[in-house]
Write a protein that binds this ligand. Structure first.
Ligand SMILES: *Cc1c(COP(=O)(O)O)cnc(C)c1O
Length: 499
């Protein structure tokens, strides 16, 4: 199977090349030349598979230049009991017979990024070998929190790779900061940037586009790459858990094989929910994909009106992993919904680049609304929802998941759709404990407490254990001390690589 660019002006490549490159050379995103289909009978066979078997089946359908053995090794390394603290890897928690929660945070960093970033490094390491790469692949990451730690954990000690993470010094939570600064591994580097996330991201982008820098790096056999969610190697593993969720509902007799279900997904860069769309296209019985936004509600507006408008200020919310104004993966959806018109996609993306705005045609709009429904929740609603879900169901959710719960409530009220529904839960409540504690505990218990004290307080209150990855974080040794200004990011990479 070959991969083509959504902008139609790049050579088709095999999956190893698409994964190594990340972005296509014409600025577009790589998509498979055709989507693998799962016929009805096959769905029944898949229903009996556990997470690892399912992963092998789905990955093999897309990574056709990887051998069966290679895929198996990647899967076994990534989705092991050593890395994930639940035997189902992505277990479904049932609130009641109607509503279910897919917990995507049982990996080492307690957020859903692990589902893909635990396996991408193994794909990447093999991709280097397959494409005759002799040098080392250097992954540069600018992070607002979750991606950085997940990339560090994923790439840690993976042969042929190095990872350098830049995070805004005062733009991440205490937990997130210590998760990164205490990271162990021979090939990992973490640098604090004096500035905000945009500064960090801008600095990293500049390094990627600096020809002189890339030439010097290539001379020393370093090749820069990225691990963000535009990489096909990050998207394809996310398809697996949509099937895994469905299987769990079938095996519990909540649904019968063939019944449709809804998914609600807290959305930022449109990667997670797009994987749900691909699962549906492959043949998974899905009714609606419900896109939940926070106050940065560009996507809600788009799904309702067909107009994408990024000309507004980025708001800082308590669901920071969704604070984003350009949802890159939407480009892949538009490609599919226009019948794969690279011409239309090119036009809209150019317009977005130049004017920060575009509007899709009525026919594409109709298709968007056929598959998707969207609403958003602000910070107050998010906090109220955490409390409400805890009080009613004795189930603690993080801020991102709470946005999805709130939006589902609004979906139910407006549509009265009785289809059984799965909410994607994207982070452990312990990871965003400051907001979660504020939502469920009395003020006196929260005020003046550090995030590390709050972890213990929440564990005591709920009776839930603190996840391994967050336990004793404040007692671990800080291993990374580098700092830079945003303008110094290039110099910082040079120093680390010795070029
Ligand atoms: C990254 C992230 C999201 C958003 O996922 P996208 O694939 O970017 O839409 C939501 N919640 C959490 C906790 C995340 O880390």
């Amino acid at each position: 199977m070959h991969y083509i660019s959504t902008r139609g002006q790049a050579q088709p490549v095999k999956s190893a090349q698409a994964i190594k490159k990340g972005l296509a050379p014409d600025g577009g995103l790589y998509v498979p030349e055709s989507l693998a289909k799962v016929p009805g009978g096959r769905l029944q066979q898949l229903a009996g598979c556990d997470y690892r078997q399912l992963a092998q089946e789905i990955l093999a359908a897309y990574l056709t230049d990887y051998s069966e053995d290679e895929i198996k090794t990647c899967v076994m390394n990534a989705y092991s009991s050593e890395k994930f603290d639940h035997p189902s890897i992505a277990p479904v928690h049932s609130i009641n017979n109607q509503l279910h929660v897919l917990e995507l945070w049982h990996g080492p960093t307690c957020a859903f990024k692990d589902m893909a970033l635990q396996i991408l490094p193994h794909f990447m390491s093999l991709a280097a070998k397959k494409t005759g790469e002799e040098g080392e692949i250097v992954i540069l990451v600018a992070t607002s929190g979750d991606t950085g730690k997940a990339a560090l954990e994923g790439f840690k000690d993976v042969e042929g790779t190095r990872v350098i993470v830049f995070f805004p010094e005062d733009g991440v939570s205490q937990v997130q900061k210590l998760q990164m600064l205490t990271q162990e591994g021979r090939n990992v580097n973490v640098v604090a940037v004096q500035g905000n996330f945009d500064d960090a991201q801008g600095g990293v982008k500049q390094v990627f586009s600096d020809n002189e820098f890339n030439r010097r790096a290539a001379e020393k056999n370093f090749r820069l790459s990225s691990a963000n969610s535009i990489n096909w190697g990050r998207l394809v593993p996310q398809i697996i858990y949509y099937f895994a969720a469905y299987n769990q509902l079938v095996s519990r007799d909540v649904i019968s094989l063939g019944d449709k279900i809804n998914f609600v997904v807290p959305t930022g860069n449109f990667g997670n929910i797009l994987a749900g769309f691909y699962a549906r296209e492959m043949g998974l019985p899905v009714n609606k994909l419900i896109c939940a936004s926070n106050s940065n509600n560009v996507l809600t507006e788009f799904i309702r009106t067909g107009e994408y408008d990024r000309n507004r200020n980025l708001l800082k919310t308590i669901s920071p992993s969704m604070d984003i104004l350009i949802s890159s993966n939407l480009e892949r959806l538009l490609f599919e919904l226009t019948g794969r018109s690279d011409e239309k996609v090119r036009g809209w993306m150019n317009q977005l680049n130049e004017d920060g705005w575009y509007k899709i045609d009525p026919q594409t709009m109709e298709r968007v609304q056929h598959y998707f429904w969207s609403d958003y929740a602000d910070d107050n609603q998010t906090l109220e929802t955490i409390k409400d879900v805890w009080d009613k169901h004795h189930y603690l959710i993080d801020t991102h998941t709470a946005v999805a719960f709130k939006v589902y409530e609004s979906y139910l009220r407006q549509t009265r759709d009785s289809t059984k529904t799965v909410i994607a839960s994207t982070a452990s409540p312990f990871k965003f404990n400051a907001s979660v504690a504020r939502a469920v505990l009395d003020r006196d218990n929260v005020q003046g407490k550090s995030e590390f004290e709050l972890l213990g307080i929440l564990a005591g209150y709920t009776g839930w254990p603190i996840p391994e990855g967050l336990r004793n974080l404040d007692k671990k040794k800080v291993l990374h001390h580098k700092k830079t200004s945003a303008g110094g990011i290039g110099r910082s990479v040079s120093e680390i690589l010795g070029i």
